[in-house]
Ligand binder design. Structure first.
Ligand code: ADQ
Length: 762
């Protein structure tokens, strides 16, 4: 059982104006001489950044894991912040942290340098832990406060907080890269991740390419409208659109603190001592990394080994220090990496190290900031050869440690820092020959050239420190819409897990007991699987037959409600006259059975005027033009609407065509434009499935309605349901329905069960 301790229960509720949510709290456990335990804060870059902004708020808090399994410590105060530890069980550490976060997301987001693993139990744990973090943050934030969620371990948290607290501003910052949509698409539950992130008002990334990749994924996989870097997230039912901003905020370091250390005479002496300890080599080359396969340590050692092998470097003159901090040691890929790195270092030293001095000094442990700065000050060259890296702070720390303007930074173009540190010696670390040449060039660089490059690098790093980074993120967040001006989307279910079968059955039993019922269902994706060729749709005969039989029972009205044109729906379902057909998202209503009070249905709003006919003709012409430019897309015409279908488009054609259609839509204020699953509908009659079903419910004097739907257009019905009504969402996605089933097969089960329950009564 996961530990369910709620950190918020110890504290006054809703009190903090600014709440940071990150996987780890900035604390470590320390064992006392008496064997007891205490928590000490471990200020890293993020804490330092937050300190400066926390000073300007009345009350700041941090929600995160304290680093040990089981019961967490009670909330406590540190550095002017309240810390709220979140519990993780040993199993959750294995599944949520080492599993989904570090063996699924981490490799996938770093361009699949090692194969990501996918396990459903890991996802379940990720979901549960994200929910715990979200709840803890929502509980301690003041009304109208700000919550800043950090990193890939917590991508579902923004959405989860939004569902509980519509009054707060939510920001998310991704510290690692965001992959290209082609890679991201591999991720099972990818849409849940995107929807999780889109709960935020601002989603921040390290580099422009990350933000662009994210926006492309949202466009392609969710079909949402994007204007530049602003994403329009549709509200459910009657709720308005929300705007979410994707933006680049390159993270930095606490430059002032590093600069101060680099001017400390004791640290200067330490740097000199380090050189003496290494036998006074002419040159020291340094690598500092977490022992992670993304950091390119193997490539670096390969290049170094070859330079020694071919005699380009003399180990009597030049020493390499490789600091490789222990990391994620229980994850298989990391164990293998450690073995390989240590084997390579052993081989290089065995073959090249002079007696009493290493060719590579390998340090597999942590250093304090003072020692780290001394190393940077002693290093003539620092090698950052990451194969993929969100930013890479080592590069910036090195630059900030060199007020003497000496030293050369060799920097991988795949590290985020490459976008800013243009004066470094840039390298593609996959190209070992290029890497070797870059190392030699760095070692041979004349002092004046070093000075020129270092001056430019320092200008960049000193101007943009981590405090400025945090402030610019929070300022941007502050500029987003005031939360209280937005209506809350009535999402009752998020994610994609089907409802508990017992809960579903209880709802059906209660519904079947109501005297007068309306049972209405969408068609495509509910009574028939979605197919590429919409004329080849194959409805589930058993579902249709159950609906037919239900419509014969006393007190039961049945309707099929579809985006298809009425005639098309009729042709594919061949329903008897006892079943009402509603086409074109409510704009076309078929014949009503005699017992329905037809006069209740107000059709006046649905009449096509001449202007509307002309408008529809011009829309059709324009959509056809778009379709011609994107092979595989096509335009369907309906009596009151024109629809662009992109299901059969090749490659990026679907995205591009949708984009063009939505751009065109902006020019049509009086047209209802509805993006759906690989379709965009332009309707000149303002109606919705919700309006139509509500009218039918009135016409049939129903005491309760049941509605089955899978598409965003069905949300207009779900949003109207309440009390005795039953809304069932078919498939994944946030919804205003209260129940979820997974596909047309389960729909058949629901309809047959209803038939059995209601049949028993008659
Ligand atoms: P990391 O992958 O951890 O961070 P990085 O940015 O290089 O990578 O930060 C490492 C930090 O650890 C540096 O501050 C470094 O000085 C420190 N460090 C490394 N070895 C150490 C040792 N042995 N002892 C003490 N300190 C050590 C993730 C992303 C990065 C992104 C950061 C911040 O992967 O791309 O830059 O978050 O957003």
């Amino acid at each position: 059982m996961p530990p369910e301790a709620d950190p918020a229960e110890h504290a006054p509720q809703h009190q903090h104006q600014l709440v940071v949510v990150a996987n780890r709290l900035p604390v470590d456990s320390r064992t006392l001489p008496d064997g007891g335990n205490e928590w000490v804060t471990s200020p890293g870059g993020l804490v330092t950044a937050m300190e400066s902004v926390m000073r300007n708020v009345a009350s700041g808090a941090w929600v995160g894991w304290a680093g040990s399994p089981g019961t967490p410590p009670d909330p406590f105060e540190a550095d002017g912040m309240s810390l709220y530890p979140v519990a993780l069980s040993a199993e959750e550490i294995r599944r949520y942290y080492e599993g989904y976060s570090n063996a699924t997301l981490w490799p996938l987001y770093h361009d699949v340098i090692v194969d990501p693993e996918f396990h459903r139990a890991w996802w379940d744990s990720y979901l549960a832990v994200n929910r715990r973090f979200g709840r803890a943050a929502a509980a301690v934030t003041a009304p109208g406060g700000t919550i800043w969620v950090h990193d890939y371990q917590l991508q579902l948290v923004p959405r989860m907080i939004r569902d509980e607290r519509s009054d707060v501003r939510i920001g998310f910052f991704n510290h690692i890269p965001f992959p290209a949509v082609e890679l991201f698409s591999q991720l099972p539950k990818r849409n849940s991740i995107l929807r999780g992130l889109l709960g935020a008002d601002v989603v921040g990334f390290q580099r422009e390419s990350d933000a662009l990749n994210f926006v492309a994924a949202v466009r392609k996989l969710l079909g949402y409208h994007v204007d530049g870097m602003t994403i329009s997230v549709p509200g459910l039912g009657a709720a308005p659109m929300r705007e979410v901003r994707a933006q680049t905020f390159p993270i930095s370091i606490d430059t002032t603190a590093v600069s101060a250390l680099s001017e400390d005479p004791q640290i200067l002496e330490r740097a000199a001592q380090l050189r003496r300890d290494l036998g006074n080599p002419d040159k020291i080359v340094l690598g500092v990394d977490r022992l992670d396969y993304t950091k390119g340590i193997r490539h670096r050692l390969k290049a170094w080994g070859e330079l020694l092998d071919d005699g380009s470097i003399d180990p009597h003159d030049t020493v390499m220090i490789q600091v490789a901090t222990p990391s994620r040691e229980r994850v298989e890929a990391y164990k293998q990496l450690r073995d390989e790195v240590e084997l390579t270092v052993g081989r290089i030293n065995g073959e090249h190290a002079p007696i009493g001095r290493p060719a590579v000094s390998y340090q597999h442990h942590s250093f304090d900031r003072r020692d780290m700065t001394a190393m940077y000050m002693a290093a003539d060259v620092v090698l950052v050869t990451a194969l993929r890296d969100g930013m890479n702070l080592v590069a910036k720390e090195y630059v900030a440690s060199r007020p003497d303007l000496q030293g050369v930074l060799v920097l991988s173009e795949f590290a985020g820092a490459a976008d800013e540190l243009r004066a470094a010696v840039m390298v593609n670390p996959h190209d070992i020959d290029e890497l070797k040449a870059a190392i030699l060039r760095a070692l041979a660089m004349p002092p004046e050239e070093q000075e020129e490059a270092m001056r430019s690098l320092r200008h960049q790093v000193l101007e943009h420190d981590v405090q400025a980074w945090a402030r610019s993120f929070l300022d941007r967040l502050e500029e987003s819409d005031r939360p209280e001006e937005r209506a809350t989307p009535p999402a009752r279910l998020t994610g994609d897990a089907p409802s508990d079968p017992e809960e579903l059955d209880a709802a059906l039993r209660a519904f079947a007991d109501v005297p007068r019922l309306l049972i209405a269902s969408d068609f495509d994706g509910v009574l028939a699987p979605i197919v590429a060729d919409r004329d080849a749709v194959q409805p589930d005969d058993a579902s249709l037959s159950a609906l037919r039989d239900l419509s014969e029972l006393p007190g039961v009205a049945v309707a099929l409600v579809s985006g298809r044109a009425l005639a098309d729906l009729d042709a594919h379902t061949r329903m008897p006259s006892s079943v009402v057909l509603v086409g074109s998202h409510g704009a076309e209503v078929g014949a009503l059975p005699p017992w329905m009070q037809a006069e209740v249905l107000d059709k006046s709003a649905l009449v096509m005027s001449r202007e509307k006919e002309e408008l529809l003709a011009s829309i059709t012409t324009n959509l056809r033009r778009i379709a011609r430019a994107h092979p595989g897309t096509e335009v369907e015409t309906k009596p009151t609407a024109a629809v662009l279908h992109t299901r059969s488009a090749k490659g990026r054609g679907a995205i591009n065509a949708t984009e063009s259609a939505l751009e065109y839509a902006v020019t049509l204020p009086d047209v209802t434009v509805t993006p759906g699953k690989e379709v965009v509908e332009f309707a000149v009659i303002h109606t919705s499935k919700g309006v139509a079903v509500e009218a039918l419910a009135r016409a049939s004097a129903a005491d309760a309605w049941l509605y089955l739907g899978d598409d965003v257009t069905d949300e207009s019905v779900f949003a109207l349901l309440g009390g005795p009504d039953v809304g069932i969402k078919v498939g994944e996605g946030d919804t205003a329905a209260a129940l979820r089933i997974d596909g047309p097969g389960a729909v058949r089960g629901v309809l047959e069960r209803l038939l059995a329950l209601r049949g028993e009564q008659s």
